[in-house]
Write a protein that binds this ligand. Structure first.
Ligand code: ATP
Ligand code: MG
Length: 239
């Protein structure tokens, strides 16, 4: 489903990713964890064609996207759902329109757009907020809408960059269960996170990164202690 072969990303002289190999099979749920700057977003951006590797190959659904032309990107993204860290909702459009917009761009009929938006909103428990504007939503609600938008086209691959950043523990867990539900319905889900509580609780595959390298990859793992200890000591120093 997703394959990285010896992938490096170099900015100037520094490596954001260094010779990374990764294989994600259809139906997997993968947590991508690591400290700030470890390379998580770089990995995810490579998957949705927002960045090209300096070296190595990236394959999605068996297609080599390493040298994908800009005109190929919309087609690639039609086959995936993307939840960006900043939600990226259109501020002037209401919740319903935010989700319908991308579906219309793909070319679904009006009836199909209606059906899919209604279904996605129901799945994330946001049907009653369909007419709200993004600035009328709480962080957790906006996050749910961003997930609804990503799942509305029923894509077999969902990529979420820190979907629980800035949410309280309870909402974080609700969002995590929602991602798990999407995975149980058949989608491959790849989630980057800093959140040890949800990683430890869900017991899924954990790919840990440090300085642009994968340092561990465990099938039903927990949040690596060394990364959490490093995070706490940095937070203590900043105080
Ligand atoms: N456009 C850029 N120019 C130069 N360096 C960059 C650029 N984008 C990312 N980097 C560097 O690449 C490295 C990996 O960044 P990345 O955003 O992938 O980390 P991350 O694990 O997602 O971190 P965070 O948890 O803070 O989101 C960092 O050292 C970062 O400074
Ligand atoms: Mg990031």
């Amino acid at each position: 489903m997703v394959q990285f072969q010896d992938v490096s990303v170099i900015y100037g002289e520094s490596f954001a990713l260094s010779r990374v190999n990764l294989c994600v099979e259809p139906g997997e749920f993968v947590f991508l964890v690591g400290a700030t700057g470890a390379g998580k977003s770089t990995m995810l951006r490579l998957m949705y064609g927002d960045l090209k590797p300096t070296r190595g190959q990236v394959m999605i659904y068996g297609q080599n996207i390493t040298n994908l032309k800009p005109t190929g990107i919309p087609k690639l993204r039609r086959g995936m759902g993307i939840v960006p860290q900043d939600y990226a909702l259109l501020p002037r459009k209401n919740v319903w329109e935010n989700i319908a917009y991308g579906l219309r761009a793909i070319g679904y009929s009006q009836r199909e757009v209606h059906r899919r938006v209604a279904h996605a909103l129901a799945l994330v428990g946001m049907s009653s907020e369909a007419k709200s504007k993004p600035d009328e939503l709480s962080g957790g609600e906006a996050q749910r809408v961003a997930i609804a938008r990503a799942i509305a086209n029923n894509a077999p691959l969902l990529i979420a960059d820190e979907p629980t950043a800035n949410l309280d523990p309870e909402t974080s867990w609700d969002i995590t269960l929602l991602l798990q539900q999407i995975n149980l319905r058949g989608a491959t889900v790849i989630v980057s996170t800093h959140n040890p509580a949800i990683v430890d609780r869900l017991k899924k595959r954990v790919v840990a990164m440090e300085n642009g390298e994968i340092i561990s990859d465990t099938p039903s793992g927990s949040y690596p202690g060394e990364i959490e200890r490093a995070r706490i000591s940095v937070a203590t120093l900043r105080r």
